[in-house]
Write a protein that binds this ligand. Structure first.
Ligand SMILES: Nc1ncnc2c1ncn2[C@@H]1O[C@H](COP(=O)(O)OP(=O)(O)OP(=O)(O)O)[C@@H](O)[C@H]1O
Ligand SMILES: [Mg+2]
Length: 270
């Protein structure tokens, strides 16, 4: 087992509400360096909200969080980045009107000695990075505007960026959504490679087969709480699928947020 000295992320009793909706309701868990932890759960279980709390996009209402053993006080996306946290968000945080290269280096621009963005160097490095991760297509170059790219291509860029900069914690929220089989295979390969480099990985996926293929531990989130934790050695893929089907059916029957309620809250946030 990994020593607790290697604890990269620890959450303790985190809660977050949006208006009347308790998106996260006392979530506690940890991720160590060198393991892939999969966060599983039905739509609306609070997975993406947790990701946004960990990355400093949302401030939790209560609870504690530590990164690299340090209690987090004032957290924001820039600090999370500086602490070595890289995230591929489900809603893909790429700037559409900017080039692929600008997107990859956003927030950590390569500059000329006059302090201007060095587009040439960024484009060369972005090309190398994209080739390195194998996310290539005829249409895709470092100078393409992100606006014109397909969903899978955008996802590839977000992943290339996260893989390149992740130092301690890599968070992937539904990374394989809208990807081709080749891209999925590459993404799962990088996930393993990051783990083998000692990085802590938090993976969110609705695809249990993908999650099971790379995951070391599985956390089942239900209405904002960790319902169950499994080590891979404790459960087969088939058992995990059945467990998730039952968990989802149970929460659907016992007053979990209905689809219409969720749509209303999402619309009000848009
Ligand atoms: N910014 C927001 N404003 C209002 N409600 C929100 C906001 N973000 C999330 N919610 C609500 O919080 C709940 C949890 O949402 P969240 O996106 O974390 O779920 P999820 O587990 O990621 O679901 P999915 O699997 O569909 O991605 C949902 O009911 C959602 O509508
Ligand atoms: Mg989500």
């Amino acid at each position: 087992m990994v020593a607790s000295g290697n604890r990269v992320l620890e959450l303790d009793g985190i809660t977050k509400s949006f208006g009347g909706v308790r998106a996260v309701d006392g979530a506690s868990f940890h991720v160590d360096g060198g393991e892939v932890v999969c966060l599983l759960g039905d739509n609306g279980a609070g997975k993406s909200t947790l990701v946004k709390i960990i990355t400093g996009v949302h401030t939790p209402d209560s609870g504690q969080m530590s990164i690299n053993g340090e209690l987090i006080k004032r957290w924001n996306p820039a600090r999370a980045r500086d602490a070595g946290v890289q995230t591929v968000f489900q809603d893909r945080s790429l700037a559409g009107r900017q080039t692929v290269a600008r997107n990859i280096f956003m927030g950590r621009e390569l500059t000329t000695r006059f302090g201007l963005i060095d587009d040439k160097r960024q484009e060369a490095e972005a090309e190398a990075l994209l080739r390195g991760v194998g996310f290539t297509s005829k249409a895709l170059s470092a100078r393409s505007e992100v606006l014109n790219l397909s969903g899978g291509e955008r996802q590839g860029i977000a992943i290339a960026r996260a893989m390149h900069f992740a130092a301690r914690l890599l968070i992937l929220d539904e990374p394989t959504e809208s990807m081709s089989l080749t891209q999925i295979r590459l993404t799962l390969g990088f996930t393993r490679a990051a783990r083998d480099r000692g990085i802590a990985v938090l993976l969110i996926s609705h695809n249990i087969a993908d999650a099971y293929a790379v995951g070391d531990r599985f956390l089942v989130l239900d209405r904002g709480r960790v319902l169950e934790t499994f080590h891979k050695s404790e459960i087969s893929e088939g058992e995990l699928v059945r467990f998730m089907e039952h968990a989802n059916a149970d929460s659907a029957g016992t007053g979990s947020r209905t689809t219409s309620e969720r749509q209303t809250t999402q619309e009000s946030s848009a």
